[in-house]
Write a protein that binds this ligand. Structure first.
Ligand code: ADP
Ligand code: MG
Length: 287
């Protein structure tokens, strides 16, 4: 491809709300056959609402939410922002000492002398009543997290996310371009499958830790696939860098934007379709 044609393509991209790092990027887009889509914040809005607080036996509902909200206030994760905001609405949050955040797992910190954790459940430590509450939330397509302190599960919080209005249409357009969409998420399989069904994706890889996302991209590449990855989170950065083409949501984190080859300014998946079309058109005119 001539540099001029690629530059013209890059300029056209900017008009479409697609920021392209280097003109060469458009060339790697041409042979892409698989598009890996992160769930939270990419296919869904990531602007969640807290829909349920379930205290464990003998626990106080407000205390569960307040303790969780205090620790989550230190995290930028969409689940964290939702829980912290809901807790703050009910009163001032207590201070936290020794805050610790683990990508794709959750947060921990000391609140009023207790070691509080919020996040992915440790299966053997969740009592039956709370496990049932989690299963019910997940069956309804909601993500649930466990609040524990002093080594015991104290409650479950369920959050609901919504699919972006353009995601379904974008997935259909990717298919028409001959691409295979794959949903990749750290969230659990039940919730992931519900979202996949809603937007028309058949292939789901769920429960993946951030370090595992890059391995999934590598595995697909080892199978001979040419992979585009679309993501927004800190947890997507390594996978975006590994992919043959990394696309970051402009509404996402700086880490994702820095790791990607392209930024979709509007944070809308239809722009990913535009990017791939643009590349094909640009390269056709040059041939
Ligand atoms: P995704 O791949 O969909 O963007 P993440 O990898 O960010 O999801 O998170 C995966 C899972 O880890 C969440 O569904 C949740 O169970 C847990 N988790 C991660 N961060 C937090 C947090 N700050 N608070 C509670 N749970 C969290
Ligand atoms: Mg995400």
């Amino acid at each position: 491809a001539t540099p001029t044609a690629l530059l013209v393509g890059t300029g056209r991209g900017a008009q479409l709300g697609i920021l392209i790092k280097g003109p060469e990027t458009l060339e790697s887009t041409r042979t892409v056959d698989t598009v890996v889509l992160d769930k939270t914040g990419t296919v869904t809005t990531g602007r969640m609402t807290l829909v349920d607080v379930v205290p464990g036996e003998g626990e106080d509902r407000d205390e569960v939410l307040r303790s969780a909200g205090a620790v989550e206030a230190g995290s930028e994760h969409p689940i964290a922002r939702t829980i912290a905001a809901a807790a703050a609405e009910r009163g001032e949050l207590p201070p936290v000492e020794g805050f610790l955040s683990t990508q794709g797992v959750g947060v921990a910190g000391t609140v009023e002398g207790r070691e509080v954790t919020v996040g992915r459940p440790d299966a053997d430590r969740v009592p039956d009543d709370l496990a049932a509450a989690m299963a019910a939330a997940e069956a309804a397509g909601r993500t649930s997290v466990v609040v524990s302190w002093d080594g015991r599960a104290r409650g479950v919080l369920a959050v609901a996310d919504v699919v972006k209005p353009t995601s379904r249409e974008a997935v259909a357009a990717l298919r028409r371009l001959g691409l295979t969409p794959v949903l990749l998420t750290g969230d659990n399989a039940t919730v992931a499958k519900a979202v996949a069904a809603e937007v028309g994706i058949d292939e789901v890889i769920a429960g993946v830790l951030p370090a595992g996302k890059v391995d999934v991209v590598k595995r697909l590449q080892d199978e001979g696939k040419v992979v585009a990855m679309v993501g927004d989170g800190v947890n997507d950065a390594a996978a975006l860098a590994q992919a043959d083409l990394g696309l970051a949501m402009g509404t996402g984190t700086d880490a994702a934007i820095e790791a990607a080859d392209l930024t979709l300014v509007r944070g809308d998946l239809t722009a990913a379709v535009d990017a791939i079309r643009l590349s094909r058109r640009t390269l056709r005119t040059i041939k």
